[in-house]
Design a protein around this ligand. Structure first.
Ligand SMILES: NC(=O)c1ccc[n+]([C@@H]2O[C@H](COP(=O)([O-])OP(=O)(O)OC[C@H]3O[C@@H](n4cnc5c(N)ncnc54)[C@H](O)[C@@H]3O)[C@@H](O)[C@H]2O)c1
Length: 259
């Protein structure tokens, strides 16, 4: 029987790329996203390439408990099992602390942290019930290890994700389920990074066109993080080869963060 992965936030950008890469690696995949049309589109594209039944698209609001419980139920009904959970849903809002809206802070915590908690909880229940020594992998950020100027909500939520990952790893170790976070550098071409260019230009006092190079210059290996860098590391931590690794926060930052 094929192994099954669920990617929450799989409807676009990094999540979409990971869905395709995970299928190429031999899994069936549940593509789950707040944007249900995108989830279905990604699933349809995968099925066109790999055959019907390889992927299923689902709408979910990861911040809403009922919606996540429903997702876990629907995934079990359609795909029968879950071996790998990837929590890629995220949101970034940027402003200096003196202007940072409470609603944006709460939204950052809801999507980046509470959603991870709810998805890990519901899919861990499924793994435990099915006696599957599965994998839970959170897509985090270097902002989960070092503070990030004008990104207080995002950074606070991503730091929280590290504590949650370590705690989940302890809770689930007896079941052979491993839990790890991937701490990414900036995905410079992503809509999320590009959407922050105006604020970053303001913060740095430079033109928007200069921002990307400034971020590249911060990286010892002198390039931004690529989706493929993330997929490479994710497939390792999803594999049996990483069965002795849990509770880790793994840097994928080109050397920008080293602890
Ligand atoms: N873009 C970067 O530079 C960067 C850097 C480091 C880490 N990351 C992390 O990588 C992950 C993916 O980032 P991205 O650039 O692909 O972002 P993105 O905004 O392009 O994609 C995020 C996806 O999450 C979905 N989503 C948002 N709220 C949701 C919710 N409540 N329920 C379900 N789905 C929801 C969105 O619809 C979207 O499809 C995020 O966790 C982000 O924090 C991104």
């Amino acid at each position: 029987m094929k192994h099954v992965a669920v990617v929450i936030g799989g409807g676009q950008t990094l999540g979409e790329f990971l869905c395709q890469g995970i299928v190429d690696a031999g899994y069936h995949v549940a593509v789950a996203d707040l944007n249900v049309d995108n989830a279905h589109k990604v699933a349809a594209e995968i099925n066109q390439k790999h055959g019907m039944g390889t992927a299923y698209g689902f709408g979910v609001d990861s911040t809403d408990e009922k919606s996540v419980v429903q997702l876990a139920h629907d995934v079990e009904r359609s795909l029968k099992r879950v071996d790998l959970v990837v929590y890629s849903a995220g949101i970034a809002r940027s402003a200096p602390i003196t202007d940072f809206k409470l609603s944006d802070f709460k939204l950052s915590v809801d999507v980046n942290l509470t959603g991870y908690f709810l998805c890990a909880k519901e899919f861990a229940k499924l793994m435990v019930k099915q006696k599957i020594a599965g994998r839970i992998i959170q897509i985090n950020s270097k902002s989960g290890k070092v503070g990030s100027k004008h990104n207080s909500g995002y950074s606070a939520a991503k730091f929280g994700g590290v504590g949650l990952t370590q705690s989940l790893a302890l809770d689930l170790a007896d079941n052979g389920i491993t839990v790890n976070s991937l701490m990414l550098g900036n995905l410079l071409k992503s809509p999320m990074f590009q959407s922050l260019l105006p604020q970053y230009a303001k913060k740095l006092g430079v033109a928007e066109s200069e921002v990307e190079q400034i971020y590249i210059d911060k990286v010892p290996l002198k390039r931004g993080c690529e989706y493929q860098d993330v997929l490479n590391v994710l497939l390792f931590y999803a594999s049996d080869k990483a069965s002795y690794c849990t509770g880790q926060s793994i840097n994928i930052t080109g050397g920008q963060v080293m602890f």
